[in-house]
Design a protein around this ligand. Structure first.
Ligand code: NIG
Ligand code: FE
Length: 425
């Protein structure tokens, strides 16, 4: 066991602001929407991959004794087996849950980004450039690129990753992407309906049939999620409905890329289809928001996309006032947004989407977990996975107060130190 003390602020996102103790509950604790639950002068006890207890430092000894009595060992044996780490006054938050990523790709589109910054508009068509480069790449190249991006993101505090296919767009290329994804995360998403590939340009319906009749059956059991880019220039609402229904019938859970570029009916369709999350939602009417709130669909906002495409930022205050639960994710991809930094996305969300600091930190941790239907991550109550970030700062507020500064000092995932950004001799 490890006892971590010297935590100036511990963001638990756990349902109770008091100490949480596994021995007092039959299952692990849960989160309450929007509640950060910050404990000042806190401690946390880790047992293997899990949080055994978190709470005020003054109560840590009593918690250790309780946990020890449950194990049947004498108190002095417990004390000998506890490693104590004193952080000396740093903030600790749950690891970021990045619920939207396109990380299986090859090639570079920095010229497209530069052209956008010089006035060009983003369009779905750029995806085809990455499709050509991805098809031409070897499995080893694709996996090496993925590993590199995951490592970068971990160093910035991300401990849970969703990863999508979508740059293969043939049965074999989509399935090989899933094979690679399955080696790195359980949050695997099939988005064969990303765009219509060039070879089906004259007959998009034939591609929709291929997705339904061949790609989805081959992906069953390998993809947890089915996703569609429902947008002008990609897939219309009727095609989206058919593809999502086929994915659901094959055991996948639904999520959508919806209303990224235009204010079509994709958000209400997402609510109707029982999507766990609809992502982007850059454009949303009051009716869209009411339908999503009623359906309990999470809306995942992607501030890096608005930043990188110069689109207008949606106003989080409107979405929250409508009763919608918000998550924040990076959408790391080579086209519309090539950042994998959740601290950067949090800073943007606060500054430009009008999240409060607390709402943004919650949305990038507990919100991401809800968007992936995960109860074991995104919080630090007893029973949660021991996934957390030590900040080189006294308060979690510094994440947006000090934009662009590397505040992620250490990252622990499943009780293991997976990134350490402290300077070394
Ligand atoms: O989430 N919108 C669709 N897919 C990605 C962009 C993909 C690309 O431009 O390569 C997105 O923004
Ligand atoms: Fe995306």
């Amino acid at each position: 066991m490890q006892l971590i003390t010297g935590i100036s602020e511990l963001v638990t996102n756990a349902a109770s602001a008091e100490g949480t103790d596994e021995s007092s509950t039959s299952t692990h604790s849960t989160t309450e929407v929007g509640q950060l639950n910050v404990i000042t002068d806190a401690a946390i006890i880790i047992d293997g991959e899990r949080v055994a207890w978190s709470g005020p430092a003054a109560e840590a000894d009593a918690a250790l004794a309780r946990l020890g009595s449950g194990s049947g060992d004498a108190a002095d044996t417990i004390a000998e087996n506890v490693e104590t780490i004193d952080l000396g006054g740093k903030a600790v938050i749950p690891g970021f849950v990045d619920s939207h990523n396109h990380l299986i790709f090859a090639g570079d589109r920095s010229a497209e980004f530069a052209a956008r910054m010089a006035g060009e508009k983003y369009s779905a068509g750029g995806i085809a450039t990455t499709v050509a480069a991805t098809r031409a790449a070897s499995d080893e190249e694709l996996e090496a690129n993925l590993v590199h991006l995951l490592d970068q993101a971990r160093r910035q505090g991300t401990t849970t990753f969703e990863i999508k296919t979508g740059y293969g767009l043939t049965r074999d290329d989509e399935i090989r992407a899933l094979h690679i994804i399955n080696r790195h995360t359980e949050e695997s998403t099939l988005i064969a309906a990303h765009v219509v590939p060039p070879e089906y340009k004259e007959n998009p319906e034939a591609y929709v049939d291929l997705v339904i009749d061949e790609i989805i059956p081959a992906a069953a059991g390998r993809a947890k999620w089915i996703d569609v880019f429902c947008e002008k220039g990609a897939f219309d609402e009727d095609q989206t409905r058919r593809i999502v229904e086929a994915g659901k019938a094959a055991g996948m859970k639904p999520r959508l890329h919806a209303n990224q570029l235009t204010d079509g009916g994709a958000l209400q369709l997402g609510a109707e289809l029982g999507c766990i999350s609809v992502d982007h939602a850059t454009f949303a009417s009051d009716e869209d928001l009411a339908a999503l709130a009623a359906a309990g669909t999470v809306v995942t906002l992607l501030p890096g996309v608005e930043f990188s495409t110069r689109q207008p930022y949606p106003d989080a205050r409107r979405y929250l006032a409508a009763g919608v639960t918000l998550a924040i994710a990076s959408d790391c991809n080579p086209g519309s947004c090539f950042t994998n930094s959740l601290p950067f996305c949090i800073a943007l969300a606060v500054r430009d989407m009008h999240f409060t600091v607390d709402q943004a930190v919650w949305a990038a941790t507990a919100g991401g977990a809800l968007a992936l239907q995960r109860t074991d991550v995104g919080h630090l109550g007893a029973g949660a996975r021991a996934d957390f970030v030590v900040l080189d700062a006294p308060s979690y507020r510094h994440l947006s107060y000090r934009p662009g500064v590397h505040l992620v000092e250490r990252v622990v995932a499943g009780g293991e130190l997976v990134a350490d950004n402290r300077p070394r001799l």
